[in-house]
Design a protein around this ligand. Structure first.
Ligand code: ZN
Length: 282
């Protein structure tokens, strides 16, 4: 949900679009500037969320963050940016901060993994405690140097970080399709999700549901509305039917337009298996 009008607008917009869970940026998605401090506004936002019954809440870190960068300046800025985003996320009661698993272009995979460990472990130890937001590492689209696009690559990244309990995982359907998991095929989708949970288990706490403009394995990250891309209705039906998703929040990032968001949510609900009342509220 865009917070262009301030956090205060997001709750009303999310409710109007039919959201249950919510993901926001708390600063410019394409910049390094930290989120503005506003303790009173954060408190109000938390109260509004609770009143609207919205949750869980996730905060997406800026796109520039890359812990695996060969540039010490980029790594330093990434750490500062995620530290500030984590603090804001704690202040607004978020369950987690979503950070893209980075890319090691110039330095290579081993150096990228080592640099990521060096950045993530101190962040994961910062402000830890009951209710503190998790660091949710997002599987990426498999563009050049991607540290974790394939599920086994994310498992290696988690192992490199000593399986720190505060590190979790987000699977993005468009990214997985780009990384070579054939989600447009119902059998391929079921197989991919079996593999996701077999490899990463209960570290997976969030699914980004985005259709893809590009064919499977293209390595390109171009989202499009649910049902209009190469994953399509068939693919999403299989994805949403997977038992691993039954208790996970599913968030779309197809567009900033609330009207389109409502359409995407209606589409996801239509393609979802009926929810058993016993499963609600778990
Ligand atoms: Zn995503």
């Amino acid at each position: 949900m865009s917070v262009a009008g301030g956090l205060a607008m997001a709750v009303g917009n999310a409710t109007a679009a039919g959201c249950e869970s919510l993901q926001v940026f708390v600063s410019n998605a394409r910049g390094w500037a930290p989120p503005p401090a506003d303790p009173a506004g954060d408190e109000r936002f938390r109260a509004d969320l609770a009143e609207a019954g919205l949750g869980p809440l996730f905060v997406h870190a800026p796109y520039l963050v890359n812990f695996a960068s060969a540039s010490p300046v980029t790594r330093e800025r990434s750490s500062e940016s995620v530290a500030a985003t984590l603090a804001k996320a704690a202040s607004i009661g978020a369950a987690g901060v979503v950070v893209h698993a980075g890319a090691a272009l110039a330095s290579g995979r081993a150096a990228g993994l080592a640099a990521t460990r060096e950045a993530l472990l101190p962040l994961a130890d910062t402000g830890a405690g009951p209710g503190a937001p998790d660091l949710v590492l997002e599987l990426t689209a498999g563009t050049r140097g991607a540290l974790a696009a394939r599920f086994e690559e994310m498992a290696e990244l988690l192992a490199t970080c000593d399986h720190h309990p505060r590190l979790k995982v987000c699977m993005d359907t468009c990214h997985a399709q780009a990384a070579g998991y054939d989600l447009g095929d119902p059998i391929g989708a079921a197989k991919a999700l079996d593999e996701l949970f077999a490899t990463l288990g209960d570290r997976v706490v969030l699914v980004h549901a985005n259709d893809s403009r590009d064919p499977v394995g293209a390595g390109r990250d171009r989202h499009c509305p649910i049902g209009t891309g190469t994953i399509g209705d068939q693919g999403f039906t299989a994805i949403l039917a997977h038992p691993g998703l039954a208790a996970l929040p599913v968030i779309t990032e197809t567009t900033g337009d609330p009207g389109q968001m409502a359409t995407d949510l209606a589409c996801l609900r239509r393609l979802s298996p009926p929810r058993s009342p016993a499963g609600l509220g778990d």
